[in-house]
Design a protein around this ligand. Sequence first.
Ligand SMILES: Nc1ncnc2c1ncn2[C@@H]1O[C@H](COP(=O)(O)OP(=O)(O)OP(=O)(O)O)[C@@H](O)[C@H]1O
Ligand SMILES: [Mg+2]
Length: 270
Amino acid sequence: MTADFDSKKPFIIDTEPYYLATGDEIALFSAAAVARLPVMLKGPTGCGKTRFVEHMAFRLKRPLITVACHEDLFASDLIGRYLLKNDETVWVDGPLTRAVRMGAICYLDEVVEARKDTTVVIHPLTDNRRTLSIEKKGEVIQAHPDFLMVISYNPGYQSVLKDLKQSTRQRFVALTFDYPPPEDEARIVATEGCIDTDTAMRLVTLAGKIRNIREHGLTEGASTRLLIYAADLIRNGVTFKSACMAALCQPLTDDDRLQETLSDLIDDLL
Ligand SMILES: Nc1ncnc2c1ncn2[C@@H]1O[C@H](COP(=O)(O)OP(=O)(O)OP(=O)(O)O)[C@@H](O)[C@H]1O
Ligand SMILES: [Mg+2]
């Protein structure tokens, strides 16, 4: 076994993550990977973005390194730092540097949350230079041919302060995700939640209604992820009503009036 293989191994996905395609996203992503174009995934929470990237990493046989971005994430967290080890300072690559060196897919989840200084790092990697500059070491690395940058963000949460700059946006091809069409979503919920298709379809119908009342003050509808949670509860003996209350209504809002409206929607389906 080579050292190269050893370093990649923890990031290789060796069993196929289940993913039901709802459009041409697999073909688009595959083409972008061959063309070495960075990819941006846009869409609401829990609609399948992360699962899709995992599935594509498996299909393309590339390691996947995921970074969940947050407001305290600095460029140095992505690149790496000197650490003290037995009285010696040693350089430790950060997740992005590792991905650039080994030819992995680097998935920056919720990228708008990261500090602004990260864009300085992202830009040279996502245009035709494909370079990463490690200032602390005075080193510039050329990305491995298989390196692929993927970012995701939820346009629903974006504020004026936290929007991506045009100069960043225009370095990516974008794939827009949304909740799958009802038949597909029911298949996903039945498969992932191990329940029968009829019950899955009822959950999806309810989700459709919840998603339609957004104008009453819900910022986002019930996600596919929450439908699977409801299915998990039902499979473990919870009634349809209780499962929907616990997984689909309560997590969405603290507003009593909205809760009542949501509860009525469930009763309509009983
Ligand atoms: N098309 C799909 N095929 C298979 N499973 C799916 C699909 N869409 C959603 N799922 C299921 O929904 C769950 C939530 O999806 P995922 O974690 O990928 O959402 P996300 O878009 O990354 O959300 P977030 O923005 O909150 O990170 C997955 O774990 C998976 O079970
Ligand atoms: Mg995700």
